[in-house]
Design a protein around this ligand. Structure first.
Ligand code: FMN
Length: 188
């Protein structure tokens, strides 16, 4: 017998089975000691890669994690920096990129990327680029025309959409909005 989405109070549980589909969805079948099977709502695990130097992006990823949990989903988020080991990504993902530019005051080619190149190298490793679905940009509006320019460059280079932006550590409200965009672009 199967009961869907039952609250789990005062029940004795056997170990639950987690089944993963190709889209990253998880279905929890919780088998009670009585033999009943509780089917829980599908939960999706969204894959994010990000770069962070001063911690602002990491803080925004924490906000996204809380928003995802509140929605019954999960994030698998990995910071990519110079020390990161490269690995082949196995499911579609979105990148979050802060802006670090030097050497100019405008948007021309004389403006050079600093600090975020490791994430670009990671995207270009093996077939990882084929699974990139979008870019979230962050920066500081004090940089005027250069605001989120690194993310715009990533989007143009890898031919994926810029799906959102926020300043510095961002707000919970922005995290809610960007989480919806991430869901839409990761196809769940
Ligand atoms: C050296 C330096 C250069 C920056 N250049 C830009 C820029 O060109 N455009 C922009 O929007 N923000 C720029 N920023 C702001 C950062 O993108 C912003 O502080 C971001 O939140 C940093 O993310 P992180 O703390 O995760 O490293 C710059 C910050 C620093 C320290």
């Amino acid at each position: 017998m199967t009961i869907k989405n039952q609250a789990l109070t005062n029940v004795s549980l056997a170990p639950f089975k987690e089944i993963r589909s190709s889209a990253g969805c998880f279905v929890h079948n919780i088998i009670l000691k009585t033999g009943l099977v509780l089917e829980r709502e599908r939960m999706t695990k969204y894959r994010l890669l990000y770069s962070t130097v001063e911690g602002n992006t990491a803080s925004f990823v924490d906000k996204l994690t809380q928003v995802a949990r509140a929605a019954g989903d999960e994030l698998s988020a990995t910071a990519i920096g110079d020390e990161s080991d490269y690995q082949e990504e196995r499911q579609p993902y979105v990148v979050l990129v802060p802006t670090y530019l030097t050497g100019g005051t405008g948007t021309g080619p004389e403006v050079t990327e600093i600090f975020t190149n490791a994430l670009g190298d990671y995207i270009e490793f093996a077939d990882n680029q084929a699974l990139l679905r979008g870019v979230v940009g962050s920066g500081n509006r004090n940089f005027n025309d250069q605001y989120i320019l690194t993310a715009k460059r990533y989007a143009a280079k890898y031919q994926v959409p810029l799906i959102g932006d926020y300043e510095l550590r961002g707000s919970v409200r922005e995290a809610e909005k960007i989480f919806l965009a991430i869901k839409a672009h990761l196809g769940a």
